[in-house]
Design a protein around this ligand. Structure first.
Ligand SMILES: Cc1cc2nc3c(=O)[nH]c(=O)nc-3n(C[C@H](O)[C@H](O)[C@H](O)COP(=O)(O)OP(=O)(O)OC[C@H]3O[C@@H](n4cnc5c(N)ncnc54)[C@H](O)[C@@H]3O)c2cc1C
Length: 470
């Protein structure tokens, strides 16, 4: 019977990110997908700053940057009246923007990277069932031809989307709701929107109309249609119906033509209560689905994939937070009562007049505000450093560390090289940094695991001894 370290079920953006990360660390992986081809739809359009930082650290951010387009902010309007703007220019990242890129391109880049590491997605191969045998998982794969294959894997990772076979196999419930309102979506060529490097959101009394730039001249537009009429799903719109909504809710002169994709959808907000059990894990949409408001579903899933340790406890809390924020954004967007709409518009206009608040909103969207202060992997030394505490994100580029998942020691040169020499498989030394007064151990996923004072070498060593014993 064939044997592999890790079997990944599902080759969407999250499964492909996971496969790349594992292959980068030299772990033998097989990745299967039941479909014949990757998606040709634009679905998730945004790669946020934090996700770009993680791809940078993994050594393959460039092809995403080459394929995408930078968006520098968002503008909320009521007809011609601009209510508020949010700029992303000041976020503290080497990528201070949202990278707009169709999900079809994101998956293409990820699949190409994976092929460079010698791993090919096995298509028209579905995970049918699995049994956790305690020290390994036995999985049954079914090919389109009807032929089946049984294999064993040390670990099974379910990246198989909202209807996950792995989640069903674990018997986990997917608690949450389907919102009782219908939405239209169109992806096509649109003229008449300026400036073109930002999102445009129109808050009309009949509902929201939002435009997202995809590539030059190509935009995604979505509009909410109000309370659903029964359980039956609304049919997909025609181009004329979308244009009618644009004319009613936007400003004069916005014209859509040449649609690539027209669809009606409803928003699901669901999450499992734990991200794995025994030898099987759930990652991405298999574990959590969100409102598209904020564009965080795929990004959160990809960031799950970069977090291979202390997984459930850290990422489940992040999943809760992203769901809450996306849900609040959606609720604010679909308010129907005219008095409440007036209050919303006034409050947003007032609040976004404060640069500090704009900065916080931008950080939340870019997923730069995520931290793990309470994680079991977070330890503060005897003396707290002045900045970047344990559990916080490390904002600077980390030295590339091909083929190994090691902590980066940052601090006084002598201490840092002593740690790297003593724990060669766990620690790499950062080149001398300007901030050499504090001592930090930055995790492979870019968060500060240990933070102490310059003199805290013993604390750092205790931290590493504990890790080695895990
Ligand atoms: C209209 C729309 C707009 C969106 N906009 C955004 C956005 O702007 N930003 C954002 O972050 N997110 C957005 N999303 C969400 C985003 O598309 C998802 O979060 C993302 O696709 C999840 O990736 P995934 O890899 O977890 O799952 P999926 O993309 O669903 O991939 C799962 C894969 O598993 C395969 N599979 C399923 N079952 C099996 C099985 N038994 N065996 C083998 N393979 C299997 C499927 O064929 C599929 O390829 C949007 C989604 C939609 C529909």
């Amino acid at each position: 019977m064939a044997k592999v370290d890790v079997l990944i079920s599902g080759a969407g953006p999250v499964g492909l990110t996971m496969a790349n990360e594992l292959a980068r660390y030299g772990i033998a992986v097989r990745i299967v997908d039941k479909t014949a081809e990757r998606t040709d739809k634009s679905k998730a359009l945004v790669l946020w700053s934090r996700t770009l930082e993680l791809f940078d650290h993994a050594g393959y951010v460039e092809p995403f940057l080459a394929a995408g387009m930078q968006a520098h902010g968002a503008q909320m309007s009521n007809g011609k009246d601009v209510i508020a703007s949010i700029s992303l220019d000041d976020i503290e990242s080497v990528y201070p923007y949202a990278l707009m890129i169709p999900q079809s391109d994101t998956e293409r880049v990820l699949e190409e990277q994976l092929a460079k590491r010698g791993v090919k997605v096995e298509r028209t191969v579905g995970l049918e069932s699995f049994t956790d045998q305690g020290n390994q998982v036995q999985a049954v794969l079914r090919k389109a031809s009807g032929e089946s294959e049984t294999l064993t894997a040390d670990w099974l990772i379910g990246c198989d989307g909202a209807h996950s076979t792995v989640r069903h196999g674990l018997g986990f419930t997917f608690d949450g709701t389907t919102q009782p309102s219908d939405w239209y979506l169109a992806d096509g060529h649109i003229s008449g929107l300026e400036p073109q490097d930002r999102l445009h959101i129109f808050w009309h009394k009949d509902g929201i109309l939002a435009f997202f730039p995809i590539t030059e001249g190509r935009w995604r537009v979505i509009a909410d249609l109000g309370p659903a009429q029964g359980d039956a799903h609304c049919p997909d719109p025609t181009l004329q119906e979308v244009q009618a909504l644009i004319t009613l809710r936007g400003t004069d002169g916005i014209v859509i033509k040449d649609a690539y994709w027209l669809a009606a959808f409803r928003i699901n907000e669901r999450k499992v209560s734990q991200y794995g059990s025994g030898r099987a894990f759930l990652v991405g949409d298999a574990a959590h689905v969100h409102s598209p408001a904020g564009g965080q579903g795929m990004n959160t899933g990809m960031q799950d994939a970069f977090n291979l340790d202390s997984y459930s406890v850290e990422r489940s809390a992040v999943g809760d937070m992203v769901l809450r924020n996306a849900s609040r954004l959606t609720d604010a967007a679909i308010i129907r009562n005219p008095i409440a709409q007036g209050v919303r518009n006034t409050v947003v206009k007032f609040a976004l007049g404060f640069p500090q608040l704009v900065h916080r909103v931008a950080d939340m969207l870019a997923e730069l505000d995520i931290g793990y202060p309470k994680s079991p992997l977070t330890v503060a030394g005897a003396h707290h450093p002045s900045a970047r505490k344990a559990g916080e994100r490390w904002p600077d580029r980390l030295p590339a560390d091909p083929g190994k998942a090691r902590f980066t020691a940052i601090g006084p040169a002598g201490v840092v090289s002593a740690l790297a020499a003593k724990f060669p498989t766990l620690v790499q030394a950062a080149p001398a940094s300007a901030d050499a007064k504090d001592l930090r151990l930055v995790r492979p996923d870019g968060y500060v695991g240990f933070a102490g004072a310059e003199s805290d070498q013993a604390g750092a060593e205790a931290y590493l001894h504990n890790l080695a014993a895990r």
